[in-house]
Design a protein around this ligand. Structure first.
Ligand code: GLP
Length: 261
């Protein structure tokens, strides 16, 4: 794992977008794993700008999102399909047929989870996975006690996550209580991943995820097992890290993120 501390949240988002853009330019048919949440909005804005101003080409790329709420249709503004269309897909030249999210409206949810795993497998897996982290330590919606080898499945959200994400859907009463999410095992199979976290609210979970023991109580700790993982944080999110000086020294003197490309 490499940890990169940037001064501000916008510096952290810029570096994240630059790394995605570099990976996509190097491999136009990249299979991208995508995340949602407030943190990613800045990254998608920057990617849309890179498409607009510098012709960053998404036409051959494929996207798989980490998760989708159960019971929401794609045109429901609370759904992650709606979010992705709004912040990224409608703003770049990705072929909408190559954009995938689990179907939270599927009649047979278990079958839908199997189908989603197969879709990923058919494309030889995810090349580049973008990740955020929830306050409970979830990646995707892998809430505490998610098995390290879990696959795409339905997961109940914790009360804390329901509160955390309620602001995005118009209040706790409008929050779904379940989601389909890629499993921790699914995520760990990606070839390379970048986790972005910004703001003081994430300081505690970042300290645990990066420097704490690996535990299914905090799914993000599983990333310590991934051979090509970069964690990008701003100063606020980095403030609980004990070994910040070391991370800064590596980034300034012997950066690894380019080697990971
Ligand atoms: C949701 C998503 C996660 C994301 C998290 C972070 O819960 N399922 O994939 O990492 O939001 O949200 P935010 O960026 O709003 O803090």
């Amino acid at each position: 794992m490499e940890v990169i501390v940037r001064n501000t949240s916008s510096d952290a988002a810029s570096l994240t977008a630059a790394i995605v853009a570099k990976a996509l330019s190097a491999r136009p048919n990249l299979v991208l794993g995508l995340a949602t949440g407030r943190t990613m909005e800045a990254v998608y804005n920057l990617l849309a700008e890179l498409y607009e101003n510098e012709g960053l080409d998404f036409s051959l790329a494929t996207a798989f999102n980490l998760d989708e709420y159960v019971g929401l249709s794609p045109d429901d503004p609370r759904s992650y399909r709606f979010y992705m269309d709004k912040y990224l897909f409608s703003r770049v030249n990705i072929d909408v047929r190559n954009t995938h999210l689990p179907n939270g409206m599927a009649e047979d949810l278990e079958e839908e989870c199997r189908r989603y795993e197969q879709e990923i497998e058919v494309r030889n897996g995810i090349d580049f996975q973008l990740l955020g982290v929830g306050k409970t330590g979830h990646i995707g919606f892998n809430e505490p006690l998610s098995a390290m080898r879990s696959r795409t499945r339905v997961k109940a959200l914790t009360p804390e996550t329901i509160v955390q994400n309620a602001a995005l859907v118009g209040g706790p009463g409008r929050m779904p209580h379940r989601a389909i999410t890629m499993g921790v095992g699914t995520i760990l199979e990606c070839k390379r991943c970048v986790l972005l976290a910004t703001g003081i609210d994430k300081a505690d979970v970042i300290a645990r995820a990066v420097e704490g023991p690996i535990t299914s109580m905090i799914s993000a700790t599983a990333l310590q097992l991934h051979p090509k993982c970069t964690v990008i944080v701003d100063e606020a999110a980095a403030s609980g890290l004990e070994h910040q000086d070391y991370y800064r020294w590596v980034f300034e003197n012997e950066p690894e993120w380019q080697v990971y490309q």
